[in-house]
Design a binder for this molecule. Structure first.
Ligand SMILES: CC(C)(COP(=O)(O)OP(=O)(O)OC[C@H]1O[C@@H](n2cnc3c(N)ncnc32)[C@H](O)[C@@H]1OP(=O)(O)O)[C@@H](O)C(=O)NCCC(=O)NCCS
Length: 183
């Protein structure tokens, strides 16, 4: 499986997301529908610094920038920990538009999930993804996420009703991190 999802050698390191990254994130979101695709109802269009400042300060959320070769910023993702600290919600998954389809999404989430399970002691990671976002759904499936529930008609966007898939990954199903895979 790791050969499949990490075949590109798209290497990503994580560093904490800070407000200094806000302009980059704003530049990666092209319009209101993409904003909802990325973050559900979590932000309002136009995305701006004050909204991202509030996001940075959210308690219980860890958010990262994915850094590729030469310091290139290639993505963003976060984990919002539940009160007990054993379950977290993966969210705000975003790859730079000009870096998509090259394996960065898989590499970024591999780092985030490995950190969550190994460093944060998570037992389970959950997420929500719109059902028509096939690139994202395939990515999550390749990483081992299973479908738990379909929530119908959760958002109205451009006069269309969007449904969301709730997916999850148990620690027991997360069998290797990238470092072990390369060993
Ligand atoms: C969804 C998203 C994060 C995926 O990121 P990505 O970097 O394109 O993901 P990957 O490159 O790892 O995988 C995407 C595709 O590229 C393919 N790919 C992987 N390595 C590749 C390589 N070296 N060369 C070409 N293609 C490659 C994958 O096989 C996959 O194709 P498939 O879906 O047909 O199987 C990205 O499209 C995005 O940011 N979308 C907008 C925001 C969004 O939808 N976020 C999710 C919210 S839930």
């Amino acid at each position: 499986m790791w050969e499949l999802i990490l075949k590109a050698g798209a290497v990503v390191e994580l560093r904490p997301f800070t407000l200094a990254d806000a302009g980059v994130i704003v530049s990666w979101i092209s319009g209101p529908a993409e904003l909802v695709t990325w973050a559900g109802p979590g932000f309002t269009w136009p995305l701006n610094g004050p909204q991202l400042a509030a996001y940075v300060m959210e308690s219980g959320r860890r958010s990262w920038m994915g850094v590729g070769a030469g310091g290139r910023l290639v993505g963003h993702a976060s984990l919002r920990l539940d009160v007990g600290g054993v379950t977290a919600r993966l969210g705000r998954v975003l790859v730079a538009p000009d870096a998509r389809g090259q394996g960065y999404g898989a590499a970024l989430l591999t780092r985030v999930l490995t950190f969550g399970f190994a460093q944060l002691g998570l037992e389970r990671v959950e997420l929500g993804v719109f059902s028509h976002n096939s690139n994202a759904v395939r990515l999550y499936e390749r990483l081992g996420f299973h479908l738990d529930q379909v929530l119908s008609d959760v958002e109205q966007v451009n006069g269309q009703s969007w449904s969301a898939l709730q997916m999850s990954l148990a620690k027991a199903d997360w069998f290797l991190g990238p470092d072990q895979a390369e060993a």
